[in-house]
Write a protein that binds this ligand. Structure first.
Ligand code: DC
Length: 239
């Protein structure tokens, strides 16, 4: 066990986990783990290396060799990742990469190979860990566990808006189907399925604006983390 405090933010895609985690990391000036990005990177590297999604030994060997460093991306921003000197951020965020990540994430051997990578992100002064099993498996001793939910329709609508803002054409109905498939795969796998930790605070964000969710969580942070007080809604307001 480590003394370094961890706050976990879990839940399905489209609940605002990434955005909220980036605000928290920026506010507290803590490290940030986007664990979904690790699974996405592995899926992308496997595809580029022609390693199939069922080649468990090949995937484990790739996972063991992954050397990824995330810097706090800034409030509301996604992590950027460079592979062989090339920025692959945009490729990582496609629905097809998300699906690939979700498929390989169902393999217990792959999850085990990525476990230590994820735990190595825990460093002073603290860590915000965003994912599916952060509170249940990777950091069971987290000082605060948040689990975000939202209706599938609302999550598809948010994702659609996000893609449009990036100038990517997307079909809302097709997105809803893909999200439902990914939810089913992530929550029904036998190993580390998507579910709230028993001691998680569950927040339904369906009818909440992102600012309201951040306010709610900031209040929980102030109540649970010694020495932290006062969220003023701006970045770089370290308590
Ligand atoms: O959060 P995301 O959409 O970037 O995650 C992509 C996929 O990776 C997700 O559908 C399931 C998998 N994943 C996981 O199994 N465990 C995590 N802690 C994070 C992501």
């Amino acid at each position: 066990m480590s003394d370094v405090p961890v706050i976990t933010v879990d839940g399905p895609s489209g609940t605002g986990k990434g955005t909220i985690s980036s605000y928290l990391a920026d506010w507290l000036q803590w490290h940030f783990l986007d664990s979904g990005a690790l699974y996405r990177i592995l899926a992308l590297v496997a595809e580029k290396s022609m390693i199939s999604r069922d080649d468990v030994a090949g995937l484990v060997s790739l996972a063991n060799g992954l050397n990824v460093v995330f810097t706090c991306p800034g409030p509301g921003r996604e992590v950027d990742v460079c592979l062989a000197g090339k920025n692959v951020g945009a490729e990582l965020r496609t629905e097809s990469c998300g699906k690939g990540a979700s498929c390989i994430a169902a393999l217990p051997e792959v999850r085990l190979a990525l476990l230590q990578h994820q735990q190595a992100f825990r460093a002073p002064p603290g860590l915000i860990a965003d994912g599916r099993d952060m509170g249940t498996v990777v950091f069971p001793d987290a000082v605060l566990k948040i689990y975000l939910t939202a209706s599938a329709e609302e999550r598809a609508r948010r994702r659609h808006k996000q893609l449009k803002q990036k100038g990517i054409d997307a079909n809302l109905l097709q997105l809803s189907v893909e999200i439902a498939e990914r939810d089913a795969r992530d929550s029904q796998r036998p190993v580390s399925p998507l579910k709230p930790a028993v001691d998680a605070v569950v927040i339904d964000t369906t009818s909440l604006k992102i600012e309201a969710v951040i306010e709610l969580i900031a209040k929980l942070v102030c109540e649970n983390i010694p020495g932290v007080s006062g969220w003023s809604g701006q970045s770089h307001n370290k308590a």
